[in-house]
Design a protein around this ligand. Structure first.
Ligand SMILES: [Zn+2]
Length: 247
């Protein structure tokens, strides 16, 4: 277990007042390693809030360069950085927010060959992606190594979050067996803001050991009607990733 410094005790004082958090919880957070897949709309709030909460190591991967049309929602980045690699821009922002944070940023594509090197067998992985092909890569890696995965996805003013920890919960492939078509979808920045903050909260609760997570539940957010619903999820025994693969 790592020791907290005077700086830590001051910086994180207010969150350590939360029931069950205390110095032990903060030390667990400081010792933990998180991999964030994507430095876009969801990756922005997730990485920012995990950085300022005092996570020890944040790995973040995104192969894209920043475009002007990203800036309505990707608050890790700014106007002057259009054209820069998002990974480079993310690293600058996160280091400025918390100089004590160990940031490992990469612009390599996440695929079945690179995932182990990019993620580095972390304590938890956060799905901040915008496509299901890469989500399935994350999911297979997490199921194989029993690493918890916090899934988030958005569309327009709606979104969803769930906490996958196989074999205790269904995996992402049980939930969404087929990849929806890749398309340019509508989105306003507050949607990934809300969904990303919920993902960050799930990560913090898991790492610190407070509260209960969305394990086995899918939280659905409808921003147009401002409603939250949650559904109980079931494992698919025939799931090709976490089940037998036979129907
Ligand atoms: Zn499954």
């Amino acid at each position: 277990m790592v020791d907290l410094t005077e700086y830590d005790l001051t910086r994180y004082n207010r969150q350590m007042m939360i029931q069950g958090w205390a110095g032990e919880g903060q030390a667990r957070l400081k010792a933990s390693r998180v991999f964030i897949a994507g430095a876009g709309g969801l990756g922005s709030p997730v990485s920012i809030y995990l950085a300022v909460a005092g996570v020890g190591e944040l790995r973040i991967s995104d192969a894209d360069r920043l475009e002007l049309s990203n800036l309505n929602r990707q608050i890790l980045h700014s106007d002057q950085r259009v054209g820069e690699l998002k990974s480079v821009s993310a690293e600058k922002t996160l280091r400025a927010l918390n100089p004590q944070l160990n940031v490992v940023a990469s612009s390599d594509y996440i695929d079945a060959d690179s995932i182990d090197r990019l993620a580095g067998r972390p304590d938890i992985i956060v799905d901040c992606l915008d496509n299901f092909e890469t989500r399935y890569v994350l999911n297979a890696y997490c199921v194989a190594h029993k690493i918890p995965l916090v899934h988030g996805a958005i569309w327009g003013m709606t979104g969803q979050v769930t906490f996958v920890h196989s074999p205790e919960t269904p995996c992402l492939k049980c939930l969404i067996p087929e990849s929806p078509p890749k398309e340019l979808f509508p989105v306003v920045g507050v949607t990934p803001g809300i969904i990303g903050c919920i993902q960050a909260m799930e990560v913090l609760k898991h790492l610190v050991g407070v509260g209960s997570t969305l394990k086995g539940r899918l939280l659905l957010f409808d921003g147009e009607e401002m409603q939250f619903h949650s559904l109980t999820l079931r494992r698919m025994p025939s799931c090709p990733v976490c089940g037998t693969g036979e129907s």
